[in-house]
Design a protein around this ligand. Sequence first.
Ligand code: ADP
Ligand code: MG
Length: 324
Amino acid sequence: DLTINKIAAGEVVERPSSVVKELIENSIDANSSKVTIEIVDGGKKLIRITDDGIGILSSEVDKSFLRHATSKIKRLEDLDNLYSLGFRGEALASISSVSKLEMITKTKDEPIGTKVVLEGGKVILKEPIGCVNGTTLIISDIFFNTPARQKFLKSTHAETINISDLINKLAIGNPKIQFKYINNNKPMLNTPGDGKLINVIRSVYGKDVTENLVEIDFKNNHFELSGYIGTNNVYRANKNLQHIYINNRFVKSKVILDAISESYKSIIPINKHAVCFLNLKVNPSTIDVNIHPNKMEIKFESEKEIYVELKDYLKGKLLQSNLV
Ligand code: ADP
Ligand code: MG
């Protein structure tokens, strides 16, 4: 079973940023209002994620490291109704199989927490510990037992950029959560967690970007659209400033990006990547998030309609905003 986990880890745990992604998503799923991320050496040496979420019962801790152990699907129909980010029950099993992992966790219903240490997927220590409610995960020496993969890790600089980018995206997708990010002891990001998207964008990208945005708030039969799109910013935008979320999950969606660029192109004859921070709320049963293990790609049931409706709406909004 440990071997299977190690193989599966090849899909889930490509690099330190994939670990950070899975762990932050677990913290989000655990209803946290504050998530702190600390990394050392681009996450290659250490990743520490602390949240104030629901925690894990002492009796459930071991189970959380088993493959396909997820508390997030109770019945099969739940799959159609899933708003939570994780649902495969693979992350902790995979991550723990290729690293040294320490977890400290406590629920509000238990007077004392649990500390558990795993190495290469094997539990080497489990003991009660006094701690606050919530969960801390410490991942060190990623790929220590898979030297071939350790060799393929990118430079500290490249891994750090990847992680920073990921944290920015997760923070923007979750304005109600306060994200604190520390890289080699240096504070990098601290979002207010006040629920206001514009304040997160300001924390991440600064005033320059927020001063040139038009607010979006729209609803039809297929989706609810909210967020911001760039106005004159469009001329100097790059792909990194394009943020598309579906049910608050950051995704790569060609359909949506195409609809956005078409709406701009119909007004300004210039082919650039518009700044956008958009969340599309759709009925989970009308999308398929299962096409890639890292869950970044999404398939819509009514792709054509969404494309057309989105394009037409944005075009109208841009004309009306008079700013482009
Ligand atoms: P999944 O997220 O797909 O359910 P994971 O392997 O990521 O699978 O996590 C396994 C289980 O461990 C989760 O279903 C959840 O019950 C528990 N868990 C993991 N991280 C946390 C956390 N930060 N807070 C509370 N529970 C957690
Ligand atoms: Mg998960």
